[in-house]
Design a binder for this molecule. Sequence first.
Ligand code: UDX
Length: 452
Amino acid sequence: MYKYKVSILGTGFIGLCSAACFAQKDIKVLASTHNEKKAKIINEYKSPFFEEGLEEMLIDIKQKNPELLKCLTDPVQAVLNTDIIMITQGTPMRIDDSIDLSYIESTAKEIGEALKQDDKYRLIVVRSTVVPGTSMNLVGKIITEISGKVPGKDFGLCMQPEFLAEGRSIEDTLKPDRIIIGSIDNKSGDMLQEFYEYFYGDHLKNCPIKRMNLESAEFVKYGNNCLLSTKISYANEFANLAELVPNVDIVQVMEGVGLDYRINHRFLRAGVGFGGACFHKDVNAITKWARSKGYVSKLLEAVLERNDLRAIRIVDIAEGLVGKLEGKKVTLLGLSFKPGTDDMREAPSIRVINELIKRKVTDIVGYDPKAKESAEEAIGDKIKYASSIEEALKDSECTLLITDWDEFKKLNPDDFKKHMKSPNLVDGRRIYNYDEFNNSLNFRAMGRINLK
Ligand code: UDX
C-alpha cells in the first residue's frame, strides 16, 4: 500500500524530525524507542522535546492519516515490518570525552535479531554521528554475528550523516543543502538515493546527492562540525587580538573577512563561544579518536581549548570594567546555548557561572526567556533564577550578556540604568550598538576596546 516503509530507531531530534517529515509525505514510519513514556507521547502525536514546527507537524499527521506514524517500544518488530531501517541513536560523549557508541551497538544487535528471522533484503542506514569505521566494523559486524547475514549480499548498508541545527531541524530536514550517501555497494546507495529522490522530488534541483564510501561519509560530518567550530574559535582568537588595539572592532573585521567568497561570513561571530550537544562532542570525539590512532590534532584540540577560555575572558573583561566581582551581584542574560532553544548542553553560561564561582562571586542571578527549567536542572542552586529581565537586573552591579535572544536585542541603555544598582554591561554576543551603549553606560563588548 505504501511505496516506502521506514523504521527510525532512536527518537531524538534527528529521528523524530525525520519520522514526522517522512510521514507527511506518505511514507509509512515505525519509530522505536525503549522509553515507554516517550513512545506514549509520540503516539499521542506530541513531541517529547521542543523543536520549532515539530508539534504542528505531528498534529497534522494525526488529523490527516495517523496510521503513517507509530512509535513502538520493540525495535525488532519495527525492523521486521519495514524495508529501510534508519539508526538515529545518540552518540554522547563519555566521561573521558571520547565517543560512546553503546546505543549504536545495542541497536545493531536488535537489527541482527530481526534479520535472523526472515530472508528479506533490507537496507540499514546509519544516520547517527559515528567515528570512521563504525558503520562497517561495528554495525555491519554485529548484525552479521547475530543474524548470520552478510552485508552487501543479504542486507544493504549505508551511512548518511545529518547536519541539522537545533531550532531548524524541520527546515534542515525538508530542505538540506546536500545529501551525503556513503554505501557499502552500489545497490545499497542506489536504494537510498531512490528513496530520497521520491521524498525530496524537486528540491533535489538545488541539492546535490553526493555518493561515496561508508568511511568517507562518516568523516564528512566531522569535517563539517570541526570546520564550523574552528571558524568560531578563529573569530574568537581574532577578538582577543582586536582587544589589543583601541577601536578595532571584531564585528566589522569579520564582516570584511566574510565578504571573501572563499570564506563567507557565517560562523564568524565572536563572543562567549560555542555550546550545544554537537560541536564539543564531535570535536572531542575526533581528537580522542585521532589520539587513539597515534595522531595528535593540535589544531582541533586548540579549537576546544580556545572555546573554553571564552568564559574566563568575559569575566576578565567584566573585572576590568567593575573591579573584583567578589561580593557584587552579577546578572547573566541568557542561559541556553543559543537562542530559540531551552537546551543547556555545553552552554557557555555554565562555564561562565563556574568561573564566577571560582572568583568567589556568590550572588549570581540568571534570566532566560525559555530555559529557566532546564537551567535549574543543569546548574542547580549555584545561581538564582529570575522570571523577567527587570527582576534579573534589579540591584545588579554587572550584567553579562550570554545568549543573543531577540528579547535582549530590544533593550536600550536606559533599561539597564533604570534597574541596575550600577549600570555595568558586558556584551558577550555583540548585539548592542557599540557607540550608543558605550556613550551611555559602563560598557564593554568582546572584541572591541575603546576606552572613554
Ligand atoms: C550544530 C551544527 O550547526 C549542525 O550542522 C550540527 O548538525 C549540530 O551542531 P547546533 O549545535 O544546533 O548545530 O547550533 P549552531 O546554530 O550551529 O550553534 C552552535 C553554537 O555556536 C551556539 O552556541 C552558537 O551561539 C555558537 N556560534 C555560532 C557562535 O558562537 N558564533 C557563530 O558565528 C555561530
